[in-house]
Design a protein around this ligand. Structure first.
Ligand SMILES: [Zn+2]
Length: 380
């Protein structure tokens, strides 16, 4: 019985330390006195916890300023030189890496073309590790952890399936990434998430979409991240959001998942490019800007399919907002207008569903992966 008491005190102290750190993050620059007033902790407790946070390099003291009472007051802020988060993304045809500091500000970021569809897992990890080394070197911050974004179904740290990366099946991606990244980040912990989920978290952090929305990531595949009540909704095992494999045409073309007529085959970027008779996303975006008729017809058809799938999801989940992300924000107004049209027609509520385009675009997942590490640090 008595053994539980020190553990309890330790837990309380840790909780209070995280509370102080979050207060600094929310209100910086902030004095110890204001932290005490805001948290209800005593001045002495706040001073002691701040000393710990200073020693850990998580907060920094600004130059001493004279307080109103004449006593010196050193405002505190998050330490811009403190531990940062490394985000790494392995996509179907690209890799990315970025480092954010404790405030979430990007300190270094790189994205490079790198096709993984027919290459083994080790190649993708190696390509990602190369970029990670570059951004970590450029940022010059200690790395608190690594967030890895992948385009597939993730549960318990295992990438179970990525239909567009056939060799990535039941891969213990956390362990393998940790081994490959060890020369770059030492023993920093690695976590993994679905790219659309991490992008949705970045979108939530950006704030414009509110606390309840569905984020759609348009890439070779089409993924979704569901945010409800400000938290990511992953379903019973974290696998929710496979919007790309919702069927929009039961007699449609075969999909990489083995099904037929999936949304991905109607609104995935490769299929949109094929329908528009262009080579890649850049060419499709360019054709959309020029209002090229074949491209607009392809985007309209893709947008209607996307709207049909989204209307089903919105009717099911009761979310007031949809965010179009990934490559979709580059494709102009036609695709979005078709989505708006289908939602207006098919969602059974009276109030319209807001359709936003992500300001973060194609790097949203990378940002989400990096900032999830920092959130973990701030949450203690
Ligand atoms: Zn499918």
């Amino acid at each position: 019985m008595t053994a539980s008491r020190p553990a309890g005190q330790h837990t309380v102290r840790r909780h209070n330390r995280a509370l102080v750190l979050r207060t600094v993050a929310a209100d910086e620059p902030v004095s110890r006195a204001r932290i005490a007033a805001g948290t209800g902790l005593t001045r002495g407790t706040v001073s002691s916890l701040v000393a710990e946070l200073l020693a850990a390099g998580l907060v920094a003291e600004l130059a001493v300023a004279r307080g109103a009472t004449g006593r010196p007051a050193s405002p505190l802020q998050l330490n811009r030189s403190g531990p940062g988060g490394l985000g790494v993304e392995i996509g179907v045809d690209a890799v990315g890496a970025c480092v954010v500091d404790l405030t979430g500000a990007v300190r270094a970021q790189r994205v490079a073309a790198s096709g993984h569809r027919t290459r083994p897992v080790a190649d993708g990890l190696r390509a990602a590790a190369g970029l990670a080394a570059e951004v970590v070197g450029e940022a010059g911050l200690p790395v608190a952890g690594v967030g890895l974004a992948v385009p597939g179904v993730v549960a318990d740290g295992v990438l179970e399936r990525a239909p567009n990366l056939p060799s990535w099946r039941d891969v213990d991606v956390v362990a393998r990434a940790a081994a490959v990244l060890a020369p770059v980040v030492g023993g920093a912990p690695v976590s993994v998430g679905n790219e659309a989920d991490l992008a949705a978290l970045a979108e939530h952090r950006a704030g414009a979409a509110g606390d309840d929305f569905l984020y759609v990531s348009g890439g070779v595949g089409v993924g979704a991240g569901i945010v409800l009540g400000g938290r990511l909704f992953g379903g019973s095992g974290g696998r929710a959001g496979e919007l790309g494999h919702v069927v929009v045409d039961p007699t449609g073309p075969l999909c990489t998942c083995g099904g037929r007529g999936c949304l991905e085959r109607a609104a995935g970027l490769e299929d949109l490019c094929r329908a528009a008779v262009v080579d890649d996303l850049d060419a499709l975006a360019d054709a959309a800007t020029r209002h090229e008729p074949t491209a607009e017809a392809a985007l309209r058809a893709g947008g209607h399919a996307l709207g049909v799938a989204l209307a089903g999801a919105v009717n099911l989940l009761d979310v007031p907002t949809v965010v179009l992300g990934g490559g979709y924000p580059r494709l102009g107004a036609v695709l979005r207008a078709a989505v708006v049209d289908e939602l207006a027609r098919r969602v059974v509520w009276r109030s319209p569903v807001a359709v936003r385009t992500s300001a973060l675009g194609a790097v949203a997942a990378l940002r989400g992966a990096a900032t999830s590490v920092v959130r973990g640090v701030l949450d203690g």
